[in-house]
Design a protein around this ligand. Sequence first.
Ligand code: NCD
Ligand code: ZN
Length: 354
Amino acid sequence: MGISNSLTITQPDDWHLHLRSGELLQRVVPYSAQHFGRAIVMPNLQPPVVRTVDALNYREQIFAALPAGSHFKPLMTLYMTEQTDAEDVRAGYLSGDVAAVKLYPAGATTNSDAGVKDLTKIYPVLAVMEEIGMPFLVHGEVVDADVDIFDREAMFIETKLIPVRKQFPKLKIVFEHLTTKEGVDYVQSCAENTAATVTPHHLVINRNALLVGGIKPHYYCLPVAKRESHRLALRAAVTSGDQRFFLGTDSAPHFDGAKEAACGCAGIFNVANTVSVVAEVFEQENALDKLEGFLSLHGPAFYGLPVNTAKLQLTRNEAALAAPAKLVLPDGEITHFDPMMDLHWDVSDISTAD
Ligand code: NCD
Ligand code: ZN
């Protein structure tokens, strides 16, 4: 059977998104609101979103930046510190204002300085989260200077995640932006309570994109893209229909000047073409029947939320889609993710009717 030219799926959600603040927030949030029903909004602002009241303030800024009439729903997260107040976390979750808490190992990535050095310090908070069923979102990389950057995810699983899992068997854990075969194997080895987000770019690029033919800062993100065998393991996992894997774009805009620098920032701004990129990947893997699960169904199931009622229609164009134009702000420009392949699937309609 040939590939149909049109596909209607439940409206997707983005389970890992950086919206930033101020004018940048105003300019990037419409891209998310255009396609996605909800997004888990990362708390790594400066200063970070630590307490529930901070999350509420940030949510107001996001609402104010949304295009008129948008139904996009930001799901707020708190930034775990060694001083995080377990009772504030509990109250934020039980009131419905906060959806999850995010772990940044101190020094692992952008704005992670206030993160956690000693995981045992947060055990009292994890105990409360386990009790109330609140997801713990993990940036899974060790930061030890003597661990090779390409091994940091696998090492995190062995030395950090397995002990936490043993201590808190019922804690809901999302391994964010999974990049390795070891990570896929680990998540698949867990009977329940463990899931992972996967980004569009880690399904498309390996480390050659970053390093061959000159250094390409727009392909630099954390966790850094790994070798090809890992990319293939990620593609196999997400296209298998396994419910433990769902989309988190990790869309992370930085000004071009901050990326094209002697010490360039980590982060890929991909949200404008995420749906097209992921659809292309699933088509390449003959798995378009699994696309809706990855984009729209597995995430809500893990978070215990209803799926979106709106439907999104995708249409396949014979001609390649035009790449999105750079985002231009007074303070600089932002380059969109270039998947280095033609894209054909475009969002042709979003309807709230069934
Ligand atoms: C993110 C950012 O810029 O905030 N960067 C990235 O490379 N993914 C932080 C993160 O998620 O690690
Ligand atoms: Zn991120």
